[in-house]
Design a protein around this ligand. Structure first.
Ligand SMILES: [Zn+2]
Ligand SMILES: [Zn+2]
Length: 262
């Protein structure tokens, strides 16, 4: 299996609109390359630029969008779908996979509803099989004010990959270790590094696991761990050498835009 990290930032990207200068990261998304084109896991606001980068990396044919699979209804994860309508790409019958609540949210709100009426997108479910690659949505606890949330488990004959960009806490998901350990590669929520994050508001108001806790908890996992969905305040996004050294010492990696996972 081949996957390409299209974006490795939290929903607002890095740097954020009015945030301090940082090295660029667009919002979290991954392309899974199949025999029938690319499956986008999440559709970030920057999908236009992300897809151009994917095309130059793997070529027009391989980068052709075969399907989109969404994790949940927070803006960084689906807003790029605006580019699928007639004002832009005017895609034709791209399957959109997601939970019932995710699909219902899109079908009940413009500009997304028009995409289904015009058949730019067609409704898919929580499993797929495309070009030799299978996908299965796994429910995860994450602020569900708009939709529920899932991780995507992607597999082919050789490899299993987990894409889990957002979760409220590991404690709220008792089978986390089992699910992560049953994959060869896991892209995990690394929004915040530690509680010293310079957020300007209490970190408890934005539930996400801290990287330092994630490291302790899953250090022994028999799995290649790639940290993604970095908030602009994250020490890893700020290029803090000590933070990067702690991740590297565990044998883990920090995702970057354009990272290829073979
Ligand atoms: Zn997010
Ligand atoms: Zn979210």
């Amino acid at each position: 299996m081949k996957a390409v990290v299209l974006g490795s930032g939290q929903d607002g990207g890095v740097p954020q609109l009015l945030g301090p200068d940082r090295d660029e990261r667009s919002a979290s998304s991954v392309a899974v390359v199949t025999d029938d084109g690319a499956i986008l896991l999440d559709c970030a606001p920057d999908v236009r630029r992300q897809h151009r980068a994917l095309t130059s990396a793997i070529g027009d044919d391989a980068a052709r969008i075969a399907a989109v699979a969404l994790t949940h209804g927070h803006m960084g994860h689906y807003a790029g779908l605006v580019h699928f309508g007639k004002e832009a790409a005017a895609t034709t019958e791209i399957p959109l996979y997601g939970t019932r609540s995710m699909i219902r949210f899109l079908e009940s709100n413009e500009p997304w509803a028009t995409l289904f009426r015009n058949r730019n997108l067609v409704v898919g479910s929580t499993t797929f099989e495309i070009g030799g690659v299978k996908g299965e949505a796994i429910p995860v606890p994450h602020r569900s004010e708009l939709t529920d949330a899932v991780a995507w488990s992607i597999s082919d004959d050789e490899t299993r990959l987990l894409y889990l960009p957002d979760i409220d806490s590991w404690d709220a998901w008792p089978n986390a270790a089992d699910v992560i350990g049953s994959h060869d590669v896991a892209l995990l929520d690394a929004s915040f590094f530690d509680e010293d994050e310079p957020l300007g508001r209490p970190i408890s108001e934005i539930p996400h696991p801290l990287v330092v806790d994630t490291l302790e908890r899953f250090r022994a996992a028999d799995c290649r761990v790639v940290l993604t969905h970095l908030n602009h305040t994250n020490a890893l996004a700020r290029g803090d050498a000590d933070a990067h050294a702690r991740v590297a010492a565990a044998g883990w990696e920090v995702a970057f835009d354009g990272m290829v996972i073979e």
